[in-house]
Ligand binder design. Structure first.
Ligand SMILES: *Cc1c(COP(=O)(O)O)cnc(C)c1O
Length: 368
């Protein structure tokens, strides 16, 4: 459910009379905190602890120059072909945007706004209901199981589209590709969007299914597994007719969403397979280590296919632990809503030494 909008702010803001009715009705997304302090162990927004590929940095440096007076390629063809090569698809099956949040926004407007309600899990990426509010998309949430799993049978009902992250956020739980295939078979008449922001940390991508299921759109970001959250690049892969719908919205909104640095840096990052494989492998190894340590401390950790884990302690509330970690300069994410996830902490996988600092702080906080 969306967080309640800030009525007090609205009432206290005399100039809000200039706001459009749409703006009055918005409930914006609240991003994880980006603290200005240094020396924090920042494990709250699922950034990659390793830097971007050195080849991506080099490609961006090469863009600093006189050519910045010229607009970038509105179609970002160089990047689309790097993405198409990586995934073994055609460039016409690729759409690129200014972060996957923008790709998602266009997707809601272009492909998910229909008569019947859009379906997504009750515990999921909290931007989805925000886009529904912005674009007037009717939606219905589908409860996850007790163990926070997506049950595909629950999505075999009339609907105007389906969207979920895989692995899901903030639970980290991965839905096997065979289940996604069953969901697609049962939903030939609606667009199914799989938001694979975290798929590179151990899951199997649904891109393998796009040629068989023309209603499938798979969305990726370079923010997590490619360490480029600061560059803002995301993309979608699907049937050229779905991509065409996204292009129609994009070209009615902003013809140049990706600047010259983003096109060059993201293309080089997609091409640097060795660096990507190595950093993903390190994150997955640290995740295994951290899960084992937290379990020793009495945490229950949901199985994670992501670069974060979702964990609760039997005796300590999520808000309390988040506050006590913060006093020790360790920032993790806590969600108050819905109530059933309030006991949990969402912890980004950092370097081994960042995770060691977290474990050491928890040992201080939790009585032996
Ligand atoms: C991080 C995240 C995104 C957004 O990624 P950007 O490309 O940085 O906008 C999208 N979906 C999910 C589920 C995410 O966790």
């Amino acid at each position: 459910m969306p967080v309640p909008r800030n009525i007090a702010w609205e009432a206290n803001s005399p100039m809000s009379r200039f706001w459009s009715a749409v703006v009055h009705g918005l409930t914006p997304y609240v991003p994880g905190e980006q603290p200005k302090l240094t020396n924090l162990v920042k494990l709250n927004t699922n950034e990659n602890p390793y830097g971007p590929s050195p080849k991506a940095l080099e490609a961006m440096r090469a863009e600093v120059g006189d050519s910045l007076r010229l607009y970038p390629d509105p179609n970002a063809d160089r990047l689309k072909s790097a993405i198409a090569d990586y995934h073994g698809v055609k460039p016409a099956q690729v759409f690129v945007g200014n972060g996957s949040d923008e790709v998602l926004a266009h997707t809601f407007q272009a492909l998910l706004k229909h008569e019947a309600p859009l379906l997504f899990p009750d515990v999921t990426y909290s931007f989805y209901p925000v886009y529904c509010g912005l674009y007037g998309v009717d939606y219905r949430t589908v409860p996850l199981t007790e163990r926070f799993e997506i049950r595909v049978e629950d999505y075999m009902v009339p609907n105007g589209g389906i969207i979920f992250p895989n692995p899901n956020a903030p639970t980290g739980r991965l839905l096997p590709l065979a289940d996604i295939e069953r969901l697609l078979q049962a939903n030939a008449g609606s667009v199914v969007v799989v938001d694979e922001a975290y798929i590179d940390f151990g899951g199997e991508s649904a891109v393998a299914l796009v040629d068989r299921f023309p209603q499938l759109l798979v969305i990726h970001t370079l923010s997590k597994s490619r360490s480029l959250a600061g560059l803002r690049v995301g993309y979608a892969i699907g049937h050229p007719d779905l991509i065409d719908a996204l292009n129609r919205v994009k070209d009615s909104f902003n013809s140049y969403p990706l600047d010259r640095f983003a096109i060059a840096g993201a293309a080089a990052a997609m091409e640097d397979r060795a660096y990507f494989d190595e950093t993903c492998r390190k994150v997955v190894a640290t995740r295994g280590r951290l899960v084992a340590e937290l379990e020793t401390l009495g945490f229950e950790v949901l199985p994670s296919g992501a670069n974060f884990i979702f964990a609760r302690h039997a005796l300590h509330d999520g808000a309390e632990l988040t506050a006590k970690l913060r006093e020790r300069s360790i920032i993790v994410r806590h969600f108050k809503n819905p109530a059933r996830i309030a006991p949990f902490l969402r912890i980004t996988i950092g370097t081994n030494s960042e995770c060691d600092a977290l474990v050491a702080a928890l040992k201080e906080i939790l009585p032996a």
